[in-house]
Design a protein around this ligand. Structure first.
Ligand SMILES: Cc1cc2nc3c(=O)[nH]c(=O)nc-3n(C[C@H](O)[C@H](O)[C@H](O)COP(=O)(O)O)c2cc1C
Length: 184
């Protein structure tokens, strides 16, 4: 069965560049025989999450629908790719708002140098195993067209390497989980 890969977009502003990078990554995930789904904070009825899911007594009754649905997608996925710029030398608020509240997931990786340095411990705290590769995309406007076509061979090769790594880790961890359930 093909691995399900969630692709998180990091920003919500009109004209954002994560959209085209997200399409480029999605196309590579498909080309590698996996099933991508983009999680786009701009499409969610966005609001600041005041109470994380794991603090709710009865999440089914207390949590907003979008949060329950996103959490279910995270639980059902095999791997994750984060497509994000850095905002104020850190993680954009839209990205941390989606993920702060959800239960742990398994794998993550990302683009953006200083945001990467912060994202690794952030994702680790959520229970993910991060892959070694990350792809830093400088000048995304020139290197990736609006329709997601990547015109820079180095970036394209690096994205493919990253997607293959995420697929390998997702399969490896998924296989191990079958015989050995994760520790509680
Ligand atoms: C609020 C804000 C903060 C930013 N902070 C940084 C920063 O700390 N370092 C940096 O290199 N670029 C920074 N930028 C530039 C963004 O990385 C760049 O505009 C990128 O395209 C934003 O991603 P987006 O197009 O998906 O919104 C910032 C942009 C915004 C809007």
């Amino acid at each position: 069965m093909p691995s399900k890969i969630l692709i998180f977009l990091g920003s919500v502003r009109p004209g954002r560049l994560v959209e085209r990078v997200g399409i480029a990554v999605k196309n590579i995930v498909i080309a590698q025989g996996m099933e991508p789904e983009i999680i786009d904070p701009a499409e969610l009825p966005f609001e600041v999450v005041k109470v994380p899911l794991f603090f709710m007594k009865d999440p089914e009754k207390e949590a907003p629908e979008w949060l329950l649905e996103t959490n279910k997608k995270i639980q059902d996925a095999d791997g994750f790719i984060v497509v994000s710029a850095e905002y104020n030398c850190s993680i954009p608020p839209a990205l941390s708002n989606i993920n702060n509240s959800n239960s742990p997931f398994d794998i993550g990786t990302y683009g953006g140098i200083r945001a990467t340095v912060i994202l690794r411990p952030f994702l680790s705290e959520l229970g993910t195993v991060t892959v070694p590769t990350f792809v830093s995309i400088v000048n995304a406007t020139e290197n990736i067209k609006e329709d997601g076509t990547c015109v820079n061979e180095r970036i394209s090769n690096n994205l493919t390497k990253l997607v293959k790594e995420v697929g390998w880790y997702a399969t490896a961890i998924g296989n191990h989980k079958v015989g050995v359930p994760p520790p509680q």
